[in-house]
Design a protein around this ligand. Structure first.
Ligand SMILES: Cc1cc2nc3c(=O)[nH]c(=O)nc-3n(C[C@H](O)[C@H](O)[C@H](O)COP(=O)(O)O)c2cc1C
Length: 204
């Protein structure tokens, strides 16, 4: 079946794109408001797109009434945010941070998570996350129904046990991020495979 995106309404495009482009990693994004109050929200329109420069991208839509989400308002003003990767240990807390709360409500505290000082930005780092990237806003591309945010990573935190013995590569037995599929369906990275083993079929 083919779907002509030039003819579909935006709900159908959202349904098709989010149902079939997955799993998408989840960025749990922390920011601060003008009074320095903490904010956090999950975003699965997210990935890393470059290492030189080191760029991550978020896609954030406005609220139903067209008002910007707190994350966008905060990162526009402060120019900074922290992206946290999410594993099963903080999956429930991540969902709590996704609640639509009034500006100024601290979703990090509400979710029972711990905010600690980041190294290079004022937005807090969430201590329970196994991996976090401190970012400065590089560029924002504004569409009426989506702000595409390019963030430059200036500092990366990885919990010690998520690294291998030489502290160079990931320890896949410990670092197992979750990712979003369609609707409320997610996957964990607890069944990792080495595809090269499948490729032992002679050269093609
Ligand atoms: C797993 C998950 C992924 C989400 N991904 C996005 C996303 O990519 N973009 C977006 O605009 N909202 C996304 N949301 C919804 C926001 O997290 C939600 O609107 C939140 O209340 C925004 O909070 P804020 O106003 O503090 O920024 C997602 C929610 C969940 C639970």
């Amino acid at each position: 079946m083919n779907f002509d995106f030039t003819q579909l309404d935006d709900e159908d495009r959202y349904r098709l794109l989010t149902n079939f482009v997955g799993p998408r990693p989840i960025a749990l994004v922390s920011t601060i408001d003008e009074a320095g109050r903490h904010n956090a929200a999950p975003m699965s329109f997210f990935n890393v797109f470059s290492h030189e420069p080191p760029i991550v991208i978020l896609g954030i839509q406005p609220r139903e009434g067209g008002q910007p989400k707190d994350t966008v308002a905060n990162l526009r003003r402060s120019g900074e945010f922290v992206v946290h990767m999410v594993d099963m240990a903080i999956a429930r807390a991540m969902l709590v941070t996704g609640r639509d709360l009034p500006p100024g409500e601290d979703e990090i505290a509400l979710a029972g998570l711990t905010a600690v000082a980041a190294q290079q930005v004022k937005a807090p780092r969430i201590a329970e996350s196994p991996c976090a990237m401190e970012c400065r806003v590089e560029q924002i591309i504004d569409y009426p129904r989506r702000a595409i945010i390019l963030g430059r990573v200036v500092e990366m935190f990885v919990r010690d046990d998520c690294l291998d013995a030489k502290q160079r590569y990931v320890n896949p037995r410990i670092y197992q991020p979750i990712a979003r599929l369609h609707a409320d369906n997610y996957v964990t990275s607890d069944r990792q495979i080495i595809l090269q083993d499948l490729a032992d079929v002679g050269s093609e």
